[in-house]
Ligand binder design. Structure first.
Ligand code: UDP
Ligand code: MG
Length: 313
């Protein structure tokens, strides 16, 4: 088979039918299978997917999660069930126009040396100034902190050769930051520009709060530098504190006690207390991630599947 299309779906009842239609039209000349992953939707997404499957058993596969595990888990499940020459991940809401699939395939067909085609939202016409500023800030920040490099604006909208999919799956971590994993595995990546379109139906699952959580998660997953920052700051402040201690001691011995000085004292106490807490907090972030990884829980749990004749979970 030539192409697998992995489509993570969370509350996409208004989109999946159109998505299936557009994909079928776009891919009519090639051998393909669509893997829809229903990520614990609370609406009628699964019922819609069942209908779509009943009407197009040749091309449609469905993995139905037992609850919402998040987009990254859905991507993992889809990739784990793909077996085509190329596999592409595309959102269910038609923001990433399936017409680009042909272009991505052409790049891989024409150049053996390219393993991944990643679509980049360069213009971000639809985003507010603040969103652009925050996203740019995130990429600059994570590129300073992490040894894995992140391409500005590159989304999860990517097409991989089979070997790349295998490499991605070989990273068995539970807390999956797909963007990081995609760049960590390496391979030759070609970046192509695309325009993000408006959501066809429903609303985005990501808001400012969840975006910050996502960004922080990415940083913690792909960099240990925050731990080092805490150590370096601790060392610098301890050094200053020690020097200041000597100064105070000598001063007290020579000119006697210094009862005023409360403001400076309280400042130092608060600052050091704050830094201590920050360092402990950063440690806690990493330990909590380790705790969750160590349990070796599965990345997702499937309630049932449609259209697969194997039992790969
Ligand atoms: N998605 C998912 N699980 C989630 C959240 C989102 O599978 O917990 C899917 C969603 O159905 C869509 C894609 O991930 O196909 C991107 O989500 P969304 O459109 O909400 O994000 P945005 O485009 O606003 O970044
Ligand atoms: Mg979207």
């Amino acid at each position: 088979m030539k192409l697998n299309v992995v489509i993570p779906c969370y509350n996409e009842e208004g989109n999946v039918a159109l998505m299936h239609k557009v994909l079928s039209d776009t891919l009519k000349d090639i051998k393909y299978e669509l893997i829809f992953v229903n990520d614990g939707s609370k609406d009628k997404t699964f019922e819609m997917l069942k209908d779509i499957y009943d009407n197009d058993k040749k091309h449609v596969r469905v993995i139905n999660f037992s609850r919402n595990f998040g987009k990254d888990a859905a991507i993992y499940a889809g990739l784990a069930h793909s077996n085509a020459k190329y596999t592409v991940v595309v959102d269910a809401d038609l923001q990433q126009n399936p017409k680009y699939l042909l272009e991505m395939m052409r790049v891989l067909d024409e150049d053996e040396a390219i393993d991944v085609v990643a679509m980049v939202n360069e213009t971000r016409k639809k985003e507010s100034g603040l969103a652009k500023f925050l996203k740019n800030g995130f990429y600059s920040f994570i590129n300073i902190l992490s040894d894995t490099k992140f391409h500005k604006g590159a989304s999860d909208f990517r097409m991989f050769r089979k070997e790349v999919v295998e490499a991605i799956l070989s990273l068995g971590e539970n807390n999956r930051f797909s963007k990081g994993i995609f760049s960590w595995v390496g391979f030759n990546t070609k970046y192509l520009a695309y325009e993000v379109e408006d959501r066809h139906s429903g609303k985005s699952n990501f808001n400012i709060k969840s975006s910050f959580k996502y960004a922080w998660n990415g940083i913690i997953n792909f960099s240990v530098k925050p731990l080092k920052v805490a150590t370096v700051l601790g060392v610098i402040f301890s050094l200053f504190a020690f020097i200041y201690l000597l100064v105070v001691l000598i001063k007290t011995l020579i000119v006697g006690g210094d009862v005023p000085g409360y403001p400076s004292l309280i400042c130092v106490v608060l600052l050091l207390g704050g830094l201590n807490l920050m360092a402990v907090g950063i440690l806690g972030e990493y330990i909590s991630k380790m705790y969750l990884e160590i349990k070796k829980r599965p990345i997702y749990v499937a309630r049932n599947k449609l259209g697969f004749d194997d039992d790969v979970l």
